[in-house]
Design a protein around this ligand. Structure first.
Ligand SMILES: Nc1nc2c(ncn2[C@@H]2O[C@H](COP(=O)(O)OP(=O)(O)OP(=O)(O)O)[C@@H](O)[C@H]2O)c(=O)[nH]1
Ligand SMILES: [Mg+2]
Length: 217
């Protein structure tokens, strides 16, 4: 999420090799678009592009914006894209902050990105950007390494919540076996008498949802 024209859709495209509409105009994105960040990651991480935020939104538009922005309130991680090349970056952050609060997402874990870094050529502009968003990741959507760094930061956020579990799935329980494959990273497997032994990295919430019991050898 972020202010309109900040470069959200461009970054989403770069992160996911997709082609969400990008235009140098306000409100190029009118509907939230969902893209998978990494098809092989467990749990699967999907990124949702949002409509741009803006100050003084006409009241008639507020209601329709609300519905497209509701996803933000439910997100596990908010990636706030700030146009690092804009002299109005600070004011734009304040607007997005206010809207995040209204959406109940101001306390959601957050990665702040100063985007369009390739346009921030001189030191004065870079300092201005850094002061606007201290500690933000500095990224150009057109720089492959920058995009990979951001992708790693996002995936890393979800990976760090994973726990190491050792479980045994009875051979007859094909459903749990399939779900385990879909929702965890399997590090080791061994056939035992009672079933398949797995050592997996899994979100503890998912482990509970699957009814897994931790196994001790
Ligand atoms: N130079 C440069 N331009 C960028 C970068 N990221 C985005 N842009 C340009 O900024 C403009 C807006 O990009 P979008 O990705 O559509 O921005 P958005 O935040 O999705 O905008 P809305 O959907 O309208 O809110 C386009 O002209 C992009 O090409 C970047 O890293 N560097
Ligand atoms: Mg967009």
């Amino acid at each position: 999420m972020g202010y309109t024209n900040a470069g959200k859709s461009t970054l989403l495209n770069a992160l996911t090799h997709s082609d969400v509409l990008v235009e140098d105009k306000l409100f190029a994105t009118l509907d939230a678009c969902v893209r998978t960040l990494d098809p092989s990651s467990h749990p699967p991480v999907v990124a949702i592009d949002t409509v741009g935020f803006i100050s003084h939104l006409p009241p008639a538009l507020v209601a329709s914006f609300r519905s497209t922005l509701e996803e933000v309130g439910e997100a596990d991680l908010v990636v706030n894209i700030v146009d690092g090349s804009s002299p109005r970056a600070r004011a734009q952050i304040e607007v997005t902050e206010k809207i995040l609060k209204e959406l109940g997402a101001h306390e959601t874990p957050r990665i702040t990105v100063l985007g369009k870094a390739d346009l921030v050529s001189d030191r004065f502009k870079m300092n201005r950007a850094k002061i606007a968003a201290p500690g933000a990741m500095i990224v150009s959507a057109f720089n492959k390494d920058d995009v990979l760094r951001l992708r790693d930061a996002i995936l890393g956020h979800f990976r760090k919540n994973l726990e190491l579990w050792e479980v045994v799935v009875p051979f007859a329980d094909g459903r749990t076996d399939a779900l385990l494959h879909a929702h965890s990273d399997i590090e080791r497997r061994r056939q035992l008498e009672k079933g398949m032994f797995y050592r997996v990295r899994i979100d503890p919430q998912w482990a509970r949802r699957l009814g897994l019991a931790r196994y001790r050898l």
